[in-house]
Design a protein around this ligand. Structure first.
Ligand SMILES: Cc1cc2nc3c(=O)[nH]c(=O)nc-3n(C[C@H](O)[C@H](O)[C@H](O)COP(=O)(O)OP(=O)(O)OC[C@H]3O[C@@H](n4cnc5c(N)ncnc54)[C@H](O)[C@@H]3O)c2cc1C
Length: 472
């Protein structure tokens, strides 16, 4: 063995945050990343004075683990909070116009988004019986509990716009774990929310939406420099062999083949890459992973003169229900959300196209993508001029789809994985795709590995992690 306690394969946010928590627990960690930089899908890029995000644009947090990591990693001074203007409003496309989504009960009752019948149906939620079907889809769950209008005008655009998923096929228990848990525990979502409030069962931290000065790269670069973690880029893992005392992992590197013997391996790659690495070890496990489908998403960043946009851009942005349009699923107003995203007097808009709703966008050429985006934004935001900056980021496999009998798939994966001591899977096809969930799951993984270590004790002593500032 080499003195390395854990090898993490994949340097996206899943791998990096797992490595951070593991190092904090006293493990010595190497991260092997196939690409030439850490971050995986996440990448902040500058173009013509604009700061764009290739994937995650922000952290929407309510988990104490995220608060702890940001503080302990010394990232607090670099945090940029969502502006009050952006926090005040979110819009939904409704009958071809942007309508503000109601944030309070009074505004909800007077909102034109829902009919009186739809509002009364929502208010009946506490009286709807619970269902024990763990394979219920998001559409079935929401329609049963809250009615068809909530599905069409709130949940479908949310699931399509933020998860690129199709609510008719997405597993409710995997996609909306908090809502389904409320039903299981209290028999109703409303009753669960009221009970949690009365019992002061808070999540442990205040809800907070933020990014960082310099964008999400700041988080990535900080985690990549964690004390106790050695990151190697351009290390494409090709083979994983089980040995008597652990694992032998082999990667292709610019200097040729490199092998390492380690007691524990964490595969923090997308599911298809994990499937390839595990195919020789357990064909059924590989098949279960290969069966996880991914949705393509195309991100279009537009930089414009403020004066050329008629809409006040006084909010986070807008989502698009499927009855209103197929290709554009959402639009974030990045220069309203965070400071320093666009030069003075300019705005930065970020449009999301495709997903499970219209995967064909993946095959469009750049001209087609820009034309479709501009056609939609001219109509809804009143663009009066051409953009001065255009950037297109394509993700052929953007996000894993928690579609079908996903709970059963994950249970089967867990059961097969448990045969292999010292082998762990940790990526966004399990436990949530958001940066928040990835950070929180990294901590759970570190605790799991610590617990296993207690049963087979080694040489580990907790490391004191010095807090690195955002820039080192
Ligand atoms: C367009 C878009 C917008 C999003 N917006 C948000 C948002 O606003 N907020 C939010 O919280 N989340 C958002 N997300 C979700 C979030 O960005 C992703 O879920 C997350 O970044 C995925 O991280 P990951 O580490 O699991 O996977 P990845 O980022 O895919 O990282 C996996 C890594 O494994 C490496 N790898 C693969 N195979 C090998 C191998 N054989 N050897 C070594 N390395 C290998 C890859 O090179 C890659 O770096 C968004 C996602 C997308 C696509």
């Amino acid at each position: 063995m080499t003195g390395i306690d854990v090898l993490v394969v994949g340097g996206g946010i899943s791998g990096l945050s797992s490595a951070w928590w593991l190092a904090r627990a006293g493990f010595s960690v190497e991260v092997w990343e196939a690409g030439d930089r850490p971050g995986g899908k996440i990448l902040s890029q500058r173009q013509d004075g604009y700061l764009t995000e290739r994937a995650a644009a922000m952290v929407m947090n309510f988990r104490p683990e995220v608060v702890e990591l940001v503080r302990e990693a010394g990232l607090e001074p670099a945090k940029t909070k969502r502006s009050p203007a952006a926090a005040a409003r979110r819009y939904l496309l409704h009958q071809g116009r942007l309508e503000s989504l109601p944030m309070r009960l009074g505004a909800f009752m007077t909102s034109p988004l829902w009919s009186l019948r739809g509002k009364l149906r929502m208010l009946a939620e506490p009286f709807i019986p619970a269902s024990g079907d763990e394979n219920e889809s998001v559409s079935q769950f929401i329609t049963r509990r809250l009615g068809r209008e909530v599905l069409e005008k709130a949940m479908e655009p949310f699931v399509a716009g933020t998860l690129a998923a199709d609510p008719d096929r997405a597993c409710a228990a995997s996609t909306l774990p908090r809502l389904t848990a409320l039903e299981r525990r209290y028999g109703s979502i409303t009753a669960g929310i009221v009970a949690n409030r009365l019992l002061h069962r808070r999540q442990g931290c205040v809800t907070d939406t933020f990014s960082f000065q310099g964008g999400m790269n700041t988080l990535i670069n900080n985690l990549a420099r964690t004390h106790g973690v050695q990151l190697y880029t351009r290390h494409t893992v090709q083979e994983l062999v089980r040995e008597q005392t652990g694992w032998r992992v082999t990667a292709m590197t610019p200097a040729g083949e490199r092998s390492l013997q380690v007691p524990r391996v964490v595969l923090a790659t997308p599911a298809p890459a994990a499937a390839s690495l595990l195919a020789g070890l357990d064909a059924e496990l590989a098949d279960l992973l290969r069966g996880i489908r991914y949705a393509p998403v195309t991100v279009v960043h537009l930089g414009l003169d403020r004066a050329s946009v008629q809409h006040p851009l006084d909010g986070t942005g807008f989502l698009v229900p499927r009855q209103e349009g197929r290709h554009l699923t959402g639009n974030l107003w990045m220069s309203t959300l965070f400071p320093n995203r666009a030069p003075a007097g300019k705005v930065l808009l970020c449009a999301y196209l495709g997903g499970a709703r219209s995967p064909e966008v993946r095959d469009w050429d750049d001209n087609h993508i820009v034309a479709e985006t501009l056609r939609a934004l001219r109509k809804y935001l009143g663009l009066k001029a051409e953009p001065e900056m255009v950037r297109i980021d394509r993700h052929p496999q953007a996000l894993p789809l928690y579609h079908g009998a996903y709970q059963a798939r994950m249970q089967a994966i867990g059961a097969r994985l448990s045969k292999f001591s010292g082998l762990y899977l940790e990526a966004n096809y399990q436990g949530g795709v958001s940066v928040r969930d990835r950070i929180a799951r990294g901590r759970t993984l570190a605790k799991q590995i610590q617990a296993a270590e207690r049963h087979a004790p080694g040489r580990l002593a907790p490391l004191a992690l010095p807090a690195l500032g955002p820039d080192g």
